[in-house]
Design a protein around this ligand. Structure first.
Ligand code: MLT
Length: 270
């Protein structure tokens, strides 16, 4: 694995690359996460070059002025342009939750750069009123009580009961990673997610295969909501992680990796 840095609009963006394969897989983390969330995927796709960024404002990357889903997608496109020497190279982009919202914004703006994309516990549907209210409360907590209280309250809810009982260290580890966030950046992400448009039409129009991975007990992106979307693309690859909530790449590593591997076989032939 190589740790790299890229200067984007005078801000430092950090990312990792793994492998030297001709095909490229980009893994985009969600909120409040950084690239370490994919640590069980780093070595799982031999033959591929993996590019795993810390999004602007997360991990070791500085925030940028435009923290909208579209702004973050543009930053990602510039990073890929700088990293990949073959300018005609198409990539497969898989985004976890907020990373999926950014993936959709990327697919809208740069469809020619993708041979497939994946929504890992994510959705094309915009926030409803209930979700917006919940985010406003979250912002109040971040501002009034601080990042520590916010992440300690939020992150355990992303995991299935089974994981909480049997592998509490997974949750503890993710909480510790999240302590590093600045409150300001967390608020920027929440504000950007509240404003993001519905991109369901994009799924209907997709010319490339779309991967959907759902968690059976996910309360952040509910299975019922996801199941309304997954038949929309012309080609989709769908599965449910039975023992996961919102963090399947950590809760059910081998099945998640197998699903991604199978999807990569599909994108390789399109
Ligand atoms: C995430 O995991 O990225 C968040 O749960 C996304 C969201 O809050 O909509």
């Amino acid at each position: 694995m190589q740790e790299k840095k890229f200067l984007y609009l005078n801000k430092q963006i950090s990312y990792s690359t793994v492998g030297e394969g001709e095909s490229v897989l980009v893994l985009v983390h969600g909120f409040p996460e950084d690239r370490r969330i994919w640590k069980n995927q780093w070595d799982a796709f031999p033959g591929y070059t993996l590019i795993i960024p810390d999004l602007p404002g997360s991990g070791q990357s500085e925030a940028i002025e435009d923290m909208s889903m579209e702004g973050l997608a543009t930053a990602l496109a510039c990073l890929l342009e700088a990293e990949i020497s073959n300018k005609n190279q198409q990539v497969t982009l898989i985004g976890h939750s907020m990373g999926g919202y950014i993936t959709l914004a990327f697919a809208e703006k740069y469809p020619e750069r993708l041979n497939g994309f994946g929504l890992f516990h994510s959705t094309s549907i915009a926030d409803n009123e209930q979700k917006i209210e919940a985010r406003k409360k979250g912002i109040e907590t971040i501002r009034n009580k601080g990042v520590k209280t916010f992440v300690e309250g939020m992150i355990p809810n992303l995991y299935a009961e089974e994981t909480k009982e049997k592998r509490p260290q997974l949750i503890k580890e993710q909480i510790e990673w999240a302590y590093n966030f600045s409150g300001e950046n967390l608020v920027s992400y929440y504000e950007a997610m509240m404003k993001r448009p519905d991109r369901t039409n994009l799924l209907k129009q997709s010319k490339v295969p779309v991967l959907f991975i759902f968690g059976k007990s996910d309360t952040a992106v509910r299975l019922e909501e996801g199941l309304q979307l997954c038949h929309l693309p012309e080609i989709s690859y769908i599965d449910i992680l039975e023992h996961s909530a919102h963090m399947g790449m950590r809760e059910e590593v081998s099945k998640a990796n197998k699903l991604i591997t199978n999807f990569l076989r599909i994108t390789a032939t399109t």
